[in-house]
Design a protein around this ligand. Sequence first.
Ligand SMILES: NC(=O)C1=CN([C@@H]2O[C@H](COP(=O)(O)OP(=O)(O)OC[C@H]3O[C@@H](n4cnc5c(N)ncnc54)[C@H](OP(=O)(O)O)[C@@H]3O)[C@@H](O)[C@H]2O)C=CC1
Ligand SMILES: CC(=O)[C@](C)(O)C(=O)O
Ligand SMILES: [Mg+2]
Ligand SMILES: [Mg+2]
Length: 330
Amino acid sequence: MKMYYDADVNADALKDKTVAVIGYGSQGRAQSRNMADSGVNVVVGLRENGSSWNLAKEDGMNVMSISDAAKEADIIHILLPDEIQEDVYNDQIAEYVESGNTISFSHGYNIHFGLIKPGEDVNIVMFAPKGPGSRVRTTYLDGFGIPGLVAIEQDATGDALQLALGMAKATGLTKAGVIETTFKEETETDLFGEQAVLCGGITALINAGFQTLVEAGYQPEIAYFETCHEVKLIVDDIYENGFGGMWKDVSNTAEYGGLTRRDYVITEETKKGMKKVLSEIQDGTFKKQFADENATDGANLKEMRAAEEQEDIETVGKRLRIACGLQKED
Ligand SMILES: NC(=O)C1=CN([C@@H]2O[C@H](COP(=O)(O)OP(=O)(O)OC[C@H]3O[C@@H](n4cnc5c(N)ncnc54)[C@H](OP(=O)(O)O)[C@@H]3O)[C@@H](O)[C@H]2O)C=CC1
Ligand SMILES: CC(=O)[C@](C)(O)C(=O)O
Ligand SMILES: [Mg+2]
Ligand SMILES: [Mg+2]
């Protein structure tokens, strides 16, 4: 496992380079501001009628159309939603890509699944923060960074790795460390992580716990504090000091109960389900289903979002977060 830190990055890695960040959402806004604050010449490519345009201007970024940004850039860093990158690349970027340019991503989806196919005369690189855009920005402002991954799919100019590491450093990632990987490994592990653990798995686990307590007649507010609110506090322990640090921090009662009863909840069936999640990523089933979903303008996703908003845990939780001053009233 090769890990890179600030000291591994050439001081002039991005000298005289213009980086066009395409997209100003969760990652785009964080990475653009971090790179600009690090002295990189950043231009931001957006659609003019979108909500990001004004936000990027208010942030003082050099904003232009996606095509104009692609024309200006030596490095085109695509931070659009994965499901629209292919069309935007083909319709608004591809014709302005010059020999020796670099096409860059923070998730390997569109290259790994062969949706975006740059020419052989350009670099194809990725630097991927292992965390949400908000944390990419806040940890940078705290003088540190979140760890990430770097991958080189195609090195036409011979310095693709240094270009990727230069952007990773300017975004703050090489303060914590960046592991070298491949587009395939980043794509498959990131999709698995967000589906089976970080987003899908964790919300299912929390909600099942909440519903179990409420259905048994306990107050929903207590169920929310116990199975949702406190998760962050426990996971913060794991984040900083591993399982051992968390077990040490909780009571012996919690440690004994957790170690002897967790297998009631996460069973061999759960593991089988996780293997199914992974195999559907590897064999392209998920990619096809996601493409079909987006061909219908995300109808199912909109339905699932609406149902999620109606979940009791969301209603109870919002009321409590406002009462505790964690969330502002609408
Ligand atoms: N979210 C995260 O924390 C992480 C994301 N990634 C990866 O980073 C990349 C970007 O993800 P993320 O930041 O979440 O993306 P977002 O969904 O936050 O991107 C929103 C941006 O995309 C623009 N956009 C949306 N639709 C279009 C369109 N049809 N045409 C032009 N611009 C459009 C929006 O502009 P407008 O305001 O005009 O709608 C906005 O600037 C993805 O590859 C993702 O997998 C990697 C690690 C973590
Ligand atoms: C934040 C992150 O790393 C995710 C879950 O992979 C994503 O937002 O795609
Ligand atoms: Mg991720
Ligand atoms: Mg992801």
